[in-house]
Design a protein around this ligand. Structure first.
Ligand SMILES: C[S@@+](CC[C@H](N)C(=O)[O-])C[C@H]1O[C@@H](n2cnc3c(N)ncnc32)[C@H](O)[C@@H]1O
Length: 316
């Protein structure tokens, strides 16, 4: 165990995904400015905060108000806590906030997707393990829930979401089944939707996942415009590395992104590649860095996690 890792661990009970690798990639030093695009429960942020100390600054961003305030409380409660700024909003706006404040980031992290507080709460409708309203909004102030999409989109629109973002081979069948089922009555619960999917998607003998999983992933991505927001963040990062517009990333800034499915990782890999091939930064660590056997065993979610990180070059 490195001293960096030990110093940052504090007294964790829950360890965030690829925690040690994220801290190694970000390499926090006292007084640094850290932008956590996905504050979540503040696990990674706590690790960074302990290392940047009282002269540092942590900017916490999250779509989820509950998670954001939990994370902020956690960081503010640390001994030698850094200054904390919070943004209840989308990380696609991160660069606008930093420019508005005249602040430049030394480290930036996006640990994409959802937190355990969200997926474990049936009221959020992200999982069909327990029945709940078909919601799926990470930002509870957002207008359209998954139930709204399922009720309002055309069969062709549903099919596209389920095929492209759910990566479901039987997307046409599922979309047709949804449209037929909603004629009988609105589909407003997670169990109701899962049953509609299961009625038309066979579970193969070697299938480890429930047939409804892919449809749920597609709808969640659509409800939260997950790939659209990621693209905006990545574009702002590449522009920041190029020095386009007002500066929001410091020279030598370290940027780390953790993705959980191939659709996200493809976008992250492309943006990181642009930075590296453009001579604007260098890769940090394995590309991608994945969980070791022990973490994968302890935390099933870490099995699909891929971390990619770069350190921006200093300009001459
Ligand atoms: C995997 S959790 C982050 C966990 C965190 N790294 C930790 O150590 O506790 C992802 C968080 O990102 C938030 N989130 C997802 N997409 C977002 C976006 N576009 N903008 C801001 N927050 C987002 C979710 O609400 C969730 O709280």
């Amino acid at each position: 165990m490195t001293s960096l890792w030990r110093a940052a661990m504090g007294h964790f009970t829950h360890i965030p995904v690829l925690y040690k690798q994220v801290l190694e990639a970000l390499c926090p030093t006292p007084g640094g400015v850290f932008v956590d695009c996905t504050a979540g429960l503040g696990g990674h942020a706590e690790g960074v905060a302990r290392l940047i100390g009282a002269t540092g600054t942590v900017v916490l961003i999250d779509l989820d108000e509950g998670n954001l305030s939990r994370a902020a409380e956690r960081i503010r409660g640390l001994p030698d806590a850094p200054s904390v700024r919070t943004v209840h909003g989308n990380f696609s706006e991160a660069h606008h906030h930093l420019r508005k404040w005249g602040m430049m980031a030394d480290m930036l992290l996006a640990d994409l997707g959802f937190a355990s507080t969200q997926v474990d709460d049936p009221a959020r409708g992200l999982s069909f393990m327990r029945d709940g309203p078909l919601d799926m909004r990470l930002n509870q102030r957002a207008k359209r829930s998954a139930a709204d999409l399922v009720a309002e989109l055309s069969e062709a629109e549903l099919e596209k979401i389920i095929r492209e973002w759910g990566e479901e081979r039987h997307s046409r069948r599922v979309a047709r089944a949804i449209v037929e089922a909603r004629r009988e009555g609105a589909i407003v619960t997670t169990h109701a939707l899962a049953e509609v999917v299961r009625s038309v998607v066979p579970r193969g003998p070697g299938d480890h996942i429930d047939p409804a999983t892919r449809t749920f992933q597609g709808l969640r991505i659509a409800v939260n415009d997950e790939l659209g927001n990621l693209e905006v963040l990545l574009e702002a990062l590449v522009d920041g590395a190029r020095g386009f517009g007002a500066r929001w990333l410091n020279e030598g800034a370290r940027v780390a992104l953790i993705s959980f499915h191939s659709l996200e990782d493809r976008l992250v890999k492309r943006a990181m590649g642009e930075i590296v091939r453009g001579g604007l930064g260098v890769e940090v660590g394995e590309q991608p860095t994945v969980a070791g056997d022990a973490e994968a065993k302890e935390n099933p979610r870490s099995r699909s996690a891929k971390l990619r990180a770069v350190r921006l070059c200093t300009r001459g």
